[in-house]
Design a protein around this ligand. Structure first.
Ligand code: NAP
Length: 254
């Protein structure tokens, strides 16, 4: 049976890489992001390289209409979505007090309310069919005091842990993926040129590796996936370290 995956943030970075790797595995895809032209071009590329069916759903998840369109697609019983990947996201400078409060509100909404509503919509059909997979692309920052970014990612991990244990016996797995620094457009969109993050080269990951490792963890039903040995060690140490020390270390970068 062909499975369908709906991916938010599918036009670039991790979301696009999930689309590539799932296409190779034979999934039908529903690609969600704002940039319609870019999504169409990407869909054509995926189809040329063998994807079975690619649907483009251009939507701004920060707008009520865009969010409703994606909720609507997840709620269609005739075209069920077997896998939901919440990857849409963006970063803000760490100086919370200097950020525009409306940007902060958008950031909170896109990383918390949006995945919560999309999960709620997807779960209805998944629980009825007793089968489904949800991935929330959180971050290794979830265990670090790191402005509002660490806080929203921590929400994603905590809620995924709860939902994973709650719904596993009903056939639905929920996994929070916690990548470290990964080469995507994320830092560029924050206005940072290559190298400006101030992070050692050894700490950068490539999207294909993050996606491949996380899909392995998802297949094993893991609640949290931290790709790469290096970040597994950092993540574990950060969970145990005193908050003050972690706040100092996490102040590095943007
Ligand atoms: P990216 O390359 O900048 O991709 C972000 C994606 O989100 C794009 O497809 C963008 O497409 C989409 N998007 C942004 N705002 C949206 C909106 N309002 N509505 C719909 N789509 C929207 O960044 P990425 O690194 O792949 O980020 C994916 C996720 O990974 C994020 O949640 C991020 O926090 C997380 N993450 C990233 C890293 C890293 O170092 N890169 C590390 C840990 C976690 P459009 O502009 O076309 O809408």
């Amino acid at each position: 049976m062909t499975m369908t995956s709906l991916i938010t943030g599918a036009s670039s970075g991790l979301g696009a890489e999930y689309a590539r790797q799932l296409a190779v595995r034979g999934y039908r895809l529903v690609l969600v992001a704002r940039d319609a032209a870019r999504l169409e071009e990407f869909a054509a590329e995926l189809t040329r390289t063998g994807a079975s069916e690619v649907e483009v759903l251009s939507a701004d998840l920060s707008s009520p209409g865009g969010l409703a369109a994606v909720v609507g697609r997840l709620s269609e019983t005739a075209r069920p979505v077997d896998m939901l990947i919440n990857s849409a996201g963006f970063g803000l400078p760490l100086a919370f007090e200097k950020n525009d409060i409306e940007d902060e509100a958008r950031h909170l909404h896109l990383h918390v309310e949006v995945p919560m509503r999309l999960m709620h919509a997807a779960l209805q059909g998944m629980l009825a069919r007793r089968s489904g997979t949800i991935l929330n692309i959180a971050s290794a920052s979830a265990v670090m005091p790191r402005s509002t970014y660490g806080a929203v990612k921590s929400w994603q991990v905590m809620f995924s842990r709860w939902a994973g244990s709650r719904y596993r016996s009903r056939g639905v797995t929920v996994t929070a993926v916690c990548p470290g620094y990964t080469h995507t457009e994320f830092h560029q969109r924050l206005g940072l040129a290559k190298g400006e993050e101030g992070i050692s080269d050894r700490l950068w990951l490539d999207a294909p590796r993050v996606v491949e490792e996380s899909l392995r963890d998802v297949a094993r039903g893991r609640a949290v996936s931290v790709p790469s040995k290096r970040y597994k060690a950092i993540y574990t140490a950060a969970r145990l370290a005193p908050t003050g020390l972690m706040a100092k270390l996490a102040a590095r970068g943007r």
